[in-house]
Design a protein around this ligand. Sequence first.
Ligand SMILES: [Zn+2]
Ligand SMILES: [Zn+2]
Length: 305
Amino acid sequence: MEITARVHSIPAPQAFYSGPLAPNVYLVVDGGQAALIDAGYPDEAAVNTRLEYLQGMANLRPAHIIVTHHHIDHCGGAHALRQATGARICLHPTEARLLADWRADAPPDVDIPSGPQTMAERFRSWRRATAQATADCLLQGGDTIQVGRLAIEVIDTPGHTLGSISLYLREEGVLFTGDTVLGLGTVAILPPPHGDMALYMQSLERLKSYQATLLCPGHGPPVRDVARKLQELIDHRQERERQILAAVGQGRGRLEALLADLYPELDRRLVGMARGQLLAHLAKLESEARIARRGDGDDSLYVLP
Ligand SMILES: [Zn+2]
Ligand SMILES: [Zn+2]
């Protein structure tokens, strides 16, 4: 599917999530050369669909698979795509390390769907497939990858994960953001060590400075009004901070009270994620000495300093 003549999106059937939640895999192509940006899930149907797409383009062989971060929905298919095409997997050093150390059953941003045991088992096998995506080259902010006459610039955008990168195609004004910016809604930012809200907000400001005209997110549709989108996300997080500071100032600094204030109509299934977001904001405000914490864990009481 062409987004521009030199940027394609390669959709695939998804075993877990479809529609706006499916991860996007992009192809940058110029002068007979190509690179993939992200690799989707590792299931055979998704990987094969993406390979067929490349075959349909005169058997185009990408030289690089640039992975925005190590999560299973972006990195999962990378090893299988490398084996089929000979492309080199490029990762930020932090993500390469997280992938190697990644022993948990599930990454923090992917819920294992409830259902038969076979689903959880399949998920674990995918996780193992994802961990096979060892890096052939390490990339960080300021590096570039050449595709024909196009240069793909790497931008450090930590926050969703600590080594998340975005990519900028200056000639086309196109920004690829992985999970740092989604086409719809807001992304999960967890407290350290998984994520970092303070770094995340700096990353959004950094992206704004590129003045891109088209944003290709890790999930959801392309975004045309890039500046507005980025500002909306910044405003949303700042509004959350104001709400937290107001609640803490009124003596409602317990986690349960804050959750009730911030998410009054929360679906019970989303409590875990909401809690993570709240803790990420609290960690940021605490690191900036704008709030203080008494006690630990669920018994913490946040107060103004
Ligand atoms: Zn992610
Ligand atoms: Zn994702």
